[in-house]
Ligand binder design. Structure first.
Ligand SMILES: *Cc1c(COP(=O)(O)O)cnc(C)c1O
Length: 507
């Protein structure tokens, strides 16, 4: 096909052994590398600074009515703009969310993942990937202290993993207590009475999951937390007693190991015991905190996680993987049977009998990425010990900046960090509560538009606070002190000016 007179317009866009194809692949990759190096790494700000309407304006011709064929170099200026106006996760002042700078080996793995394009649903679409994912899943089960009867699956992240935990909890309850098979029969009439417990600072995806599963947000009962934002087991026990009188049916306890705002870890052994005593499913949402298992110094904080019936862990947070990458681990692999489906074209039962592993049987996704490769390549390259050191360094950094905040008269610290999230606020000596809320609400927005920092906002007991999530092990105390100076100076300015108009202004 390679003589140019015969080449069709699409030939060079696919990877083949043909010289033209290889050249076009290498050109695209080389140009991409150059764009990234020139536009991410040269940028000295975490964000360029345009507000949404200005950005809209400067991208106005990016999506023409008619997309026509263009060479990569022609598209380069637009690509450069898209890159330049991103939130620079690698910048030390990008400290808002559980949003990590990705590891270089994982970025390299993304290229293999995309180039190979294995799909994890059936073995015939991903022979080596299926086996590697199984082995890495086994390793993860060991890491979390599970026995050989455990299993798991890679997921798109915590949202999906939490949904799977609640799904299995729900279906398992119906099967064992009501002899009801939800997958076949739909929800039983008693589903109205199902209740799930989690702390009042658990992730919103627990409520979302309950809603999706037909149990309603009201099916989730938030339990009060103590001054360290950890669920109070005695309140949970009391609640369980009154629930029985109300003719309601507790089905699951969800503990959080690393709450999104505070990094707090619920008392896992106590909650596991309550769950066992009441015959409830025990799910641990360790999307954020799961990575502590890699740390020599902090791994003990997850004691009791091995007692969970299921575990959520995210790799696109403290495992430094490019989005998306997560896992759902299950103590008793037989419980995957609750959601197993067979499709004639994908995973016929005859495959299972012949020992052919089709991972779709364990997932609520069908087509699924080979994300295990990037975690595997990262672990291979860095080794667990280096991972542990990275995590430790961010925890130390959080502790150090928390002390500095606590001692600053203009700032108020909300939590002693358990992991690396620090919640605080600007606290002027004068001003009404409403004014202070307004100032703290506007600080993150103004910082972003000035390109000085990306920090988060959150609420504590109904009041507005600021948050640093310190995932980046390359961020230094100096970087954060500089950011605090900006925050305080903005706080002083915002005392006298409201910046709402700046967010909307057009030019
Ligand atoms: C991030 C997070 C989630 C949601 O996970 P995604 O990967 O964003 O889907 C759930 N729970 C906790 C505790 C989290 O930190």
């Amino acid at each position: 096909m390679s003589s140019s007179s015969q080449a069709r317009p699409f030939d060079r866009y696919f990877l083949t052994a043909q010289t033209e194809s290889i050249e076009s692949y290498q050109e695209a990759i080389a140009l991409t590398q150059e764009l990234i190096v020139n536009n991410i790494l040269q940028e000295d700000k975490p964000y360029f600074g345009l507000n949404p309407s200005l950005l809209q304006e400067s991208f106005r011709d990016f999506c023409p009515k008619n997309f026509t064929q263009q060479d990569y170099p022609q598209i380069e200026p637009e690509l450069a703009e898209i890159i330049r106006h991103g939130a620079m996760v690698t910048h030390p002042a990008c400290v808002a969310h559980l949003h990590c700078p990705p590891l270089i080996p994982a970025i390299a793995a993304e290229l293999i993942i995309g180039s190979l394009n294995q799909s994890m649903d059936s073995w015939d679409q991903s022979p080596s990937a299926t086996i590697l994912e199984q082995q890495l899943t086994r390793w993860l089960c060991d890491l979390f202290g599970y026995s050989n009867s455990a299993d798991g699956t890679f997921t798109s992240g915590g949202t999906q993993s939490n949904l799977m935990g609640l799904l299995l909890a729900r279906d398992n309850y119906a099967k064992t207590h009501l002899k009801w098979h939800i997958q076949r029969q739909g929800l039983p009439p008693e589903a109205q009475q199902f209740r799930i417990f989690c702390s009042d600072v658990a992730h919103f995806t627990i409520r979302q999951g309950a809603a999706i599963l037909g149990l309603g947000e009201n099916g989730v009962i938030p339990i009060e937390t103590d001054e360290n934002f950890q669920l109070k087991p005695e309140i949970l026990s009391a609640k369980l007693r009154t629930l029985q009188q109300d003719n309601l049916r507790p089905i699951a306890i969800v503990a959080t190991a690393g709450t999104t705002d505070f990094g707090s870890i619920d008392p896992l052994p106590e909650l596991a015991k309550i769950a066992r005593d009441h015959g409830l499913w025990f799910h641990v949402d360790a999307a954020y905190g799961g990575a502590l298992k890699l740390s020599q110094n902090h791994g003990h904080k997850l004691k009791g996680i091995e007692l969970a019936d299921s575990i959520t862990v995210d790799f696109h947070k403290l495992f430094y993987q490019p989005i998306s990458c997560g896992a759902f681990l299950l103590k008793n692999q037989a419980n995957f049977g609750l959601i197993k489906l067979h499709a004639d074209y994908l995973n016929p039962e005859s495959n299972e009998a012949q020992g052919i592993p089709d991972l779709v049987t364990k997932s609520i996704q069908t087509t699924r990425r080979f994300d295990a490769l990037k975690l595997w390549l990262s672990l291979k390259t860095l080794g667990v010990e280096t991972f542990g050191e990275m995590i430790d360094s961010t925890i130390e950094l959080a502790g150090a900046i928390a002390l500095i905040i606590a001692e600053d008269a203009e700032l108020e610290l909300a939590n002693i960090p358990t992991i690396n999230a620090v919640v605080f606020r600007y606290q002027p000596s004068q001003g009404t509560a409403t004014e202070i809320d307004r100032i703290n609400e506007q600080i993150p927005k103004k910082l972003m538009l000035e390109g000085k920092g990306i920090i988060a906002q959150t609420q504590v007991k109904g009041r507005n606070y600021l948050k640093f999530t310190l995932l980046n092990p390359l961020t230094t105390l100096k970087d954060l002190q500089k950011l605090l100076i900006e925050i305080k100076s903005l706080g002083q300015t915002l005392h006298t000016t409201d910046i709402n108009h700046e967010l909307k202004k057009n030019c």
